[in-house]
Design a protein around this ligand. Structure first.
Ligand code: SF4
Length: 78
């Protein structure tokens, strides 16, 4: 599972990421990104990972990061 993390201490609220990832992010009244699901670190669906990586690469404040967590293996069945 891939998650998008926003470093609020670094973000300067230009709203570029919300333009690149409108499916995940909206802008608040001041141009700061808000996850549409209300999560502080929204999950990035596989189809949106290229756009999320583009947002990370283009963030002028280096405030975006992607983390990839391994899926927890399911319990064995008998
Ligand atoms: S692109 Fe970066 S600096 Fe701009 S609003 Fe998004 S996180 Fe903040």
């Amino acid at each position: 599972m891939t998650r998008l993390h926003i470093d609020w201490t670094a973000c300067d609220g230009r709203g570029l990421c919300a333009e690149l990832l409108p499916e995940l992010l909206a802008e608040d009244d001041w141009g700061y990104p808000m996850a549409r699901d209300g999560s502080p670190s929204p999950t990035v669906p596989p189809a949106l990972e290229p756009n999320a990586q583009r947002a990370v690469d283009r963030c002028p404040a280096l405030a975006l990061h992607l983390t990839r967590e391994a899926e927890r293996p399911s319990a064995p069945t008998r």
